[in-house]
Design a protein around this ligand. Structure first.
Ligand SMILES: [Ca+2]
Ligand SMILES: [Ca+2]
Length: 225
């Protein structure tokens, strides 16, 4: 399947920034944008569109070892500017190393929205919070050995897997353009805000074939069956 997915892989520019913990990297369309809201001077701004297909992600690399089972808090403020949830987006994509060789074996996907369709249409221009997605009804672990699209015990089944990266992804533009603002992204005790980051000069990055652009393909297959 990955050979097929390689066709969807994008070469994009990205901006790398760093704070104390974790390391934050912007991919694709993701940027830090000013807003007119004094309470939120800068936010993460991620869009996805169909023609040409664009997508983006905010990536987080833990600064110290973290297992999937040790995730206790995972949430974000979001503000829909265009579009809605659906097609596997927005989501947290969590890169897991299940065999302890410091290489990602697959991603666990935690979709925004309501199980089982995850296609909510939140009001536009309104700040909301995902709630703690550690308590999500189901997690898509179908990329992982023994996983399932609807895994109701993911944090137990993959408790020992090492979390190498976490991405907040918007790539649902294939079924209607989307643009979301994000802020106050919480990963356990780390609270990441756009205002806390100062962009540095852009560098060239490559999307991971695993987990980022791949989800749109998988959702289209799922809809076709
Ligand atoms: Ca591995
Ligand atoms: Ca969409």
């Amino acid at each position: 399947m990955y050979r097929t997915l390689a066709g969807l892989c994008l070469v994009v520019s990205c901006v790398s920034t760093a704070i104390a913990a974790p390391t934050v990297t912007l991919y694709g369309t993701a940027q830090i944008s000013p807003t007119a809201d004094p309470a939120r001077p800068f936010v993460f701004d991620v869009a996805s569109a169909q023609n040409p297909f664009t997508a983006g992600a905010v990536g987080f690399t833990p600064s110290s070892p973290l297992t999937f089972g040790a995730i206790t808090q995972l949430s974000a403020d979001y503000n829909a500017q265009l579009g809605q949830f659906g097609g596997g987006s927005p989501r947290f994509s969590i890169g897991l190393d299940v065999n302890n060789n410091n290489s990602i074996d697959g991603f666990a996907f935690i979709y925004f929205g309501t199980h089982p369709n995850f296609n909510d249409a939140p009001p536009l221009n309104t700040w909301l919070n995902t709630g703690n997605l550690r308590n999500a009804v189901s997690v898509d672990t179908s990329q992982l050995p023994g996983g399932a699209f609807y895994d109701f015990n993911a944090f137990t089944n993959f408790a020992a897997a090492n979390v190498l990266d976490i991405y907040l992804v918007v790539d649902g533009g294939w079924n209607g353009s989307d643009r979301f603002f994000f802020d106050n992204i919480r990963i356990n005790n780390d609270l990441i805000t756009g205002a806390s980051l100062v962009p540095e000069p852009a560098s060239i990055g490559v999307w991971s074939v695993l987990g980022l652009a791949g989800v749109a393909y998988r959702w289209r297959r799922k809809r076709a069956t």
